[in-house]
Design a protein around this ligand. Structure first.
Ligand SMILES: [Fe+2]
Length: 131
């Protein structure tokens, strides 16, 4: 039983880390970095955030149902999305922030921020309003 729960526990830790990352970027960093040149790229990053959270839901769903093969397949997809997302953010948002703000102090402010219960990323919240 303990081993059956380990992947779910790991997934929940990962979800907390990624939710914190996404919440902080969407509510703080992206607003600082957004300009006319990168606005479309940042919209794309927000769409990727929604996709990342949906992939986490899918992986959890497969794990709960005991479908290890599909959960691994989606986890590999998540890894690829995260790698590409990281490169895109470094080339857009973080490059701009490097030039404009003390990135270390902004990122250290993240330590004191808690993701509110029931929070949804911008894109997923928009989908909810359209249902
Ligand atoms: Fe991000």
């Amino acid at each position: 039983m303990e081993n059956d729960e380990a992947p779910l526990d790991t997934l929940r830790v990962l979800r907390n880390m990624l939710s914190s990352h996404i919440f902080f970027e969407e509510n703080y960093l992206f607003d600082i970095a957004r300009n006319p040149e990168n606005a479309a790229m940042i919209n794309g990053l927000e769409a990727e955030h929604g996709g990342i959270l949906q992939l986490l839901d899918k992986i959890e769903d497969y794990l709960v149902r005991g479908d290890v093969a599909r959960s691994k397949d989606r986890a590999e997809g998540l890894e690829r999305v995260l790698e590409a997302h990281d490169v895109s953010e470094m080339d857009t948002v973080y490059k701009v922030l490097d030039d404009r703000v003390d990135l270390k102090s902004v990122i250290s402010a993240r330590e004191s921020i808690t993701v509110p219960a029931g929070w949804k990323s911008k894109v997923l919240a928009k989908y909810d309003r359209k249902r």
